[in-house]
Design a binder for this molecule. Structure first.
Ligand code: SF4
Length: 384
């Protein structure tokens, strides 16, 4: 697989209380950030790598106008070898885009839009501290379709305090009515350091009970299956379409970029807090826009750290990432990569999970069942 290029846009109009991604609300630093980002791109750390995806995430990339997005794409193409038909994704948030802006993004080279809908329900959106309404979310999807985007992904969140199966089904229903090519359904997590985490710790907020969250996960799988969305990773679903040969195919609608993170394909991350992976090394940038700008103005790379993965670390990550995917761990690939016998190494653990119907093991594949996916972290921990 070709490599992926990720660009972190560190600005948001408002911080959401559950979010632990790095971003700031002071957009006055945007011009200096854009210059710094261009410098970082020109310092190309990709060597001779060829890229088939460019993903602008954040933060809220749609705080940038189309001219700025066009500049990023142009500089990236000048600095890296990016295939002409590369998947170029821009994350956008409802409430920050207009129809004209979306059309102009398309003209600037973006060919995939990922919209942070999260929910259409006013109570849930308010609990998540989002700036948009359900109507804004619907309009953003309509506008993206009218702008000619043929590859649209929607993000939804479930497991929100007070959420019911009925209200989650309503969100799913409204989402599939737009027939997006891709859906990501993430469970709300309480990340240490966030206001939402503090509210839970201090008793101001009661999280949804775990069995309820599990029920919503199962509801998601069932509902989306009925609507022709194929799960390929715990939280990700691609819509089945009829391909050129007349067969049903959902692979074309997967997020080509995100798949790289789960398959150990090299990726380069640019911008504050972005991570990169060039086997066997992983490195990351500083998590501060001002410092990031200072580094690059001084002609230095904005690195904050790096690590070389040991074989054991690598193996554990391959297991964790493999189990996230519905395809699971491909045994022959694993054995060849690490020079081991996966089946022999983990025979006991696998047998135990198979008995509990949490895992399926075949000649060349070890994958979680949908019941097993609910316990990914604890199952993966048993392989250590
Ligand atoms: S808009 Fe997205 S990146 Fe920004 S604070 Fe909210 S969740 Fe985080």
């Amino acid at each position: 697989m070709d490599a992926g290029l990720y660009i972190h846009i560190p600005f948001c109009l408002k911080k959401c209380p559950y979010c632990d991604f790095y971003s700031i609300t002071d957009t006055s630093l945007q011009p200096a950030f854009m210059d710094a980002l261009a410098s970082e791109m020109r310092m190309n750390r990709g060597g001779t790598l060829q890229f088939d995806t460019l993903y602008m995430g954040g933060g809220t990339p749609s705080v940038l106008d189309a001219k700025a997005v066009g500049r990023i794409i142009k500089t990236a193409r000048q600095s890296y070898e990016i295939l002409s038909d590369a998947e170029i994704t821009l994350e956008v948030n409802p409430g920050t885009v207009t129809p004209e802006q979306l059309s102009m993004y398309r003209c600037s080279g973006v060919n995939r839009i990922n919209i942070g809908v999260q929910s259409f329900n006013p109570d849930h959106l308010s609990c998540l501290g989002r700036i948009h309404s359900g109507r804004d979310a619907g309009l953003a999807v309509n506008w993206a379709q009218k702008a000619g985007f043929k590859n649209i992904g929607l993000d939804l969140i479930y497991g929100i305090p007070n959420q019911t199966k009925k209200s989650w089904l309503m969100d799913l229903q409204l989402a599939v009515e737009f027939e997006p090519q891709h859906l990501s359904c993430y469970v709300l997590s309480f990340e240490p350091g966030t206001p939402l985490y503090r509210d839970r710790q201090e008793g101001r907020l009661k999280p949804l009970a775990e069995p309820k969250v599990c029920e919503l996960f199962e509801t998601t799988l069932e509902f989306l299956r009925d609507y022709g969305y194929v799960q390929y990773e715990i939280s990700n679903f691609a819509r089945e379409t009829i391909d050129k040969s007349g067969f049903k195919n959902s692979e074309v609608n997967r997020s080509k970029h995100n798949v790289k993170y789960w398959k150990f394909v090299p990726y380069i991350g640019l911008g504050p807090s972005a991570h990169s992976f060039l086997e066997p090394k992983r490195y990351w940038n500083c998590t501060d826009v001002k410092k990031y700008i200072q580094y690059l103005e001084a002609g230095k790379l904005p690195l904050a750290g790096e690590e070389r993965l040991s074989v054991e670390q690598f193996m554990m990550e391959a297991i964790y990432l493999g189990l996230r995917q519905t395809n699971g761990i491909l045994i022959d690939v694993f054995d060849k990569k690490f020079g081991v016998n996966f089946k022999k190494m983990f025979e006991e653990v696998i047998g135990d999970f198979e008995e509990k119907e949490l895992m399926e093991f075949s000649q060349n594949r070890c994958a979680l069942t949908s019941k097993g996916m609910l316990y990914l972290d604890s199952i993966a921990a048993m392989f250590i």
